[in-house]
Write a protein that binds this ligand. Structure first.
Ligand SMILES: Nc1nc2c(c(=O)[nH]1)N[C@H]1C(S)=C(S)[C@@H](COP(=O)(O)OP(=O)(O)OC[C@H]3O[C@@H](n4cnc5c(=O)[nH]c(N)nc54)[C@H](O)[C@@H]3O)O[C@H]1N2
Ligand SMILES: Nc1nc2c(c(=O)[nH]1)N[C@H]1C(S)=C(S)[C@@H](COP(=O)(O)OP(=O)(O)OC[C@H]3O[C@@H](n4cnc5c(=O)[nH]c(N)nc54)[C@H](O)[C@@H]3O)O[C@H]1N2
Ligand SMILES: [Mo]
Length: 768
């Protein structure tokens, strides 16, 4: 295989030597400003860039930041933007282009030897392209020819379940709705999405416990809460606008507890970027009152310990538990209480990696607070017991009635800017009967009822030859998915792979027998259709739905919008369809009119989405209405899992650096963790390093051992001593997906165990 499956990134790494200097400055502030200006200059965007940034996240005809899903400031803050949001937008607006001449000059085999960073750095895709096996190049194709190829291949399948339709969480709501409609009209629920690797566990846990798959707290709650518990999120890099909320909470006197094996930048201090006085005076604000570093996978034991301390406290202080709330609104308390009491402190200490005193300290903060919010991200979800852990978060919230009132509740930090909207609008391989019934009535189709394939299921089915057509609506499936060589193989076995993208990436080079690259408009760009310029809607992590409108001239006149591409494929695949595909594309208001009928909570969609700040989708659990079998919030009573690594092994969590967006690597630096010019690294506890005779930047070989005993290795990674509990290690995705076995997914959520890889680390074998 000629591909660089390790995804080794920027060439810089080869020329500049790695550096490690622990970072002592506050998050955001001038470090961020400097990094942004360097990036904007590199992309040649110093004219349009700043102009566009002023339009970002603006209510008045602005576009929604295509970065993370953190909600917009409620007061319409003019500069509620962040370093990484700016990089993200600038990345989309680059002046560089990947046109037919580029493809003519480079065979696919040659491009396959390039680094991932180099591929994306070529710029925006300009023309629809088809893979030509004779010349091993991508050649231009007309849109109609491309659609006809998709249509005829889909029509030629023995059954509609031989195709899978992936979504990365960028897709706007209107395109999302059309996409799932196309799949279901064709007859399949094979709708894998990035959420299958991300917050599937949160959705399933919240659904089971509260009857709604989403968080219930919003920014207003963040503004008044007394205590914030932040678990497993690197907010300064991945949801930077959360820094503002943390700093404001601190200034108000709220308690902020960070629970993370690593003390990340957001757990220290920040300079609020839009606070000009703070910026000018280098004035920083703390963003934490307590940092706890459990072992990887130790969150559930910590939460169980908090529950144990709260229940113990209730014997002397009846107010420690909200008995009235428990009585009126919950079920299962007795069984949970019995389980908590039966769990020993010894087990809690061993499994959390924390002392009883530390756990009790967290419980003290919780009991002293009238209102608490728990917020979490991938550090909690990408585990075997991710669902149980999120349910344990809910258990702890329920003990003190922290639900359905101001300033309280669960608040997961979602990933991609519209990943939550994708699920709301139908991207779900396990749709409910109610959803399908409504869709059938609103759209006059007969959707399939059997569940479809998720991300891991799709890869396995492609491998087995059961899925022959793969359509990727955005994203970079080849690199984002686990078990890189296995996933590559799976994609290569397809009859046809179709990637709807804005930039060149690995998924274009790891393709089926036939392959298409279909370039689309980005969110910053004007979307002109027959009825005029169109807006699309998105939903943030706190269930606010609002419009986004691009303002830039498209990167190429040949680009189509995502709704237009979906409609083109749908019409070609379903020539007799009664769905008005063409008419939908002429005017997205028409899509929204149908969505208003098909989707719960979208009544009167076209009017409400145009209100200032849009509208919030109703959350029944927020009103203490629980759509669970008991019509109450349900305590869960799951045994604590054993997360202590076996002798000689480490638990490895794969994560993002500061300078990357999932599979897009901006540079080989990770500023807040003090790293420069290095991605092929593994952060380790100093004792674990000295046990292996390792010093800073010594080379190691890393071997993962999967549940089935199979092994996978990465070679010549550099060890970096880091403040992380013994037995734990961390390194970067997507490179480390090589270590994630395809069969290692959670039996609770089907999520790949990307933060729970069992590895052996040894000094690198001498080069041969
Ligand atoms: N700039 C930027 N922003 C992004 C993204 C990006 O790549 N770049 N990606 C977006 C997407 S799709 C998502 S899903 C989010 C991801 O946002 P995060 O969840 O912050 O993503 P990760 O980098 O995977 O970091 C996970 C954090 O979990 C911690 N962790 C690891 N194991 C454990 C554990 O067992 N317990 C606890 N408590 N913590 C643990 C790590 O130390 C790290 O701080 O960010 C979104 N925003
Ligand atoms: N080991 C490991 N693996 C992980 C994770 C981890 O923590 N560890 N995290 C997982 C998570 S949380 C996620 S969400 C996935 C991310 O998986 P994906 O969402 O599949 O990957 P991205 O890197 O976000 O996709 C980037 C590509 O999207 C395309 N793109 C960008 N903007 C647009 C647009 O507006 N429209 C279209 N059509 N395309 C666009 C560009 O071509 C770009 O190359 O990765 C998962 N993989
Ligand atoms: Mo994600």
């Amino acid at each position: 295989m000629t591909q660089d499956t390790s995804g080794r990134s920027a060439s810089a790494e080869e020329t500049r030597s790695p550096e490690f200097h622990p970072y002592h400055h506050p998050a955001a502030g001038w470090g961020a400003a400097k990094s942004v200006s360097r990036f904007v200059i590199r992309e040649g965007e110093f004219v349009d860039g700043p102009r566009a940034i002023r339009k970002m996240n603006h209510e008045d005809k602005g576009f929604d930041c295509p970065g993370c899903a953190w909600p917009d400031d409620l007061k319409g803050l003019k500069l509620d933007i962040c370093e990484n949001g700016i990089k993200h937008v600038t990345w989309e607006m680059t002046r560089k282009r990947v046109d037919p001449e580029f493809f003519a000059a480079h065979t696919v085999s040659e491009l396959a030897t390039w680094s991932d960073a180099a591929l994306e750095d070529q710029g925006r895709l300009t023309h629809p392209m088809r893979y030509d096996a004779d010349t091993d190049t991508y050649v231009p194709v007309s849109w109609q020819e491309a659609f006809d190829l998709v249509g005829s291949t889909l029509r030629g399948l023995d059954n509609p379940n031989q195709a899978a339709y992936y979504t990365s969480g960028r897709l706007g709501n209107e395109a999302t709705f059309l996409y799932q409609l196309m799949a279901r009209e064709l007859g399949t629920n094979n709708l894998p999405d990035c959420s299958n690797m991300c917050h599937e566990a949160s959705g399933r846990a919240l659904q089971a416990a509260l009857g709604t798959g989403k968080g219930t707290a919003d920014l207003k709650d963040w503004e008044v809460t007394d205590a914030l518990f932040i678990l497993g999120v690197n907010a300064a890099s991945n949801a930077p606008r959360m820094l503002t909320s943390l700093a404001e909470a601190y200034k108000r006197g709220a308690q902020i507890v960070h629970i993370n094996p690593l003390v990340e930048a957001a757990a220290r201090r920040t300079i609020i970027p839009h606070d000009f006085v703070d910026m000018a005076l280098f004035k920083s604000t703390p963003t934490s009152t307590l940092n706890l570093q459990p072992r990887i996978g130790g969150d559930m034991a910590l939460l169980r310990g908090m529950a144990k301390a709260i229940i113990a406290e209730s014997e002397t202080d009846p107010k420690a538990l909200d008995r009235e709330f428990i009585e009126r609104h919950t079920s299962g308390f007795a069984a949970y209480r019995a389980l908590v009491e039966a769990t020993t402190w010894k087990e809690i200490e061993e499994q959390s990696g924390l002392t009883q005193a530390q756990v009790e300290q967290a419980a003290r903060v919780y009991c002293d607070a009238d209102r608490s919010i728990f917020s979490w991200c991938l550090g909690v979800t990408q585990h075997e017991h991710g669902v149980d852990t999120v349910r344990e978060i809910v258990n702890v919230l329920l003990l003190r009635g922290n639900l359905g009132r101001e300033g309280a509740g669960p608040s997961p930090v979602r990933g991609h800017s519209n990943v939550q909207g994708n699920r709301t609008c139908g991207i779900d391989h396990r749709p409910s009967k109610e959803f399908l019934d409504r869709l059938a009535t609103a759209c006059g189709i007969d959707p399939p009822r059997e569940h479809g394939l998720d991300t891991v299921g799709t890869i396995e089915a492609m491998h087995a030859g059961d899925v022959k057509v793969f359509v990727g609506m955005g994203g970079n499936f080849a690199l984002a998915a686990p078990d890189t060589p296995y996933t590559f193989d799976a994609l290569r076995r397809c009859e046809l792979t179709v990637q709807v993208s804005t930039k060149l990436n690995r998924s274009h080079l790891v393709h089926g027998r036939q392959a298409l690259i279909l370039p689309c408009l980005g969110r910053t760009e004007k979307d002109s259709q027959t009825a005029g310029e169109q807006s699309t809607s998105v939903e943030d992590a706190m269930s606010m739905v609002h419009l986004s409108r691009g303002m830039k001239r498209p990167a190429s006149p040949h680009l189509l919008s995502e709704p237009a591409i979906i409609a083109g494929m749908a019409r070609a695949a379903l020539p007799d369809s009664a769905t008005p595909w063409e008419s939908y594309v002429e005017d997205y208001d028409r899509i929204r009119d149908t969505m208003a009928k098909a989707l719960e909570g979208f009544e009167d969609f076209n009017r409400r989405v145009r209100l200032p700040l849009g509208f919030r989708i109703k959350q029944p659990a927020r009103e203490l209405v629980f759509r669970t079998p008991t019509e109450r919030a349900e305590f869960s009573a799951a045994e604590l899992p054993d997360v202590v690594p076996a002798a000689g092994m480490l638990k490895l969590g794969t994560m993002r650096s500061h300078d990357q967006w999932n599979t897009t690597i901006y540079s080989d630096d990770d500023r807040y963790r003090g790293i420069k010019n290095l991605r092929t690294l593994i952060f380790m506890n100093e004792d674990d390093m000295s046990e292996r005779g390792l010093k800073l930047f010594d080379e190691v070989d890393i071997t993962s051992v999967a549940k089935d005993g199979s092994t996978r290795s990465l070679y010549r990674y550099k060890a970096v001593p880091y403040d992380i509990p013994q037995g734990c290690a961390a390194g970067y995705m997507p490179e480390m997906n090589v270590l994630c076995a395809i069969g290692d997914y959670s039996t609770q959520s089907d999520q790949p165990l990307m933060k729970n890889v069992n590895v052996r680390v040894v000094p690198a074998a001498p080069a041969k």
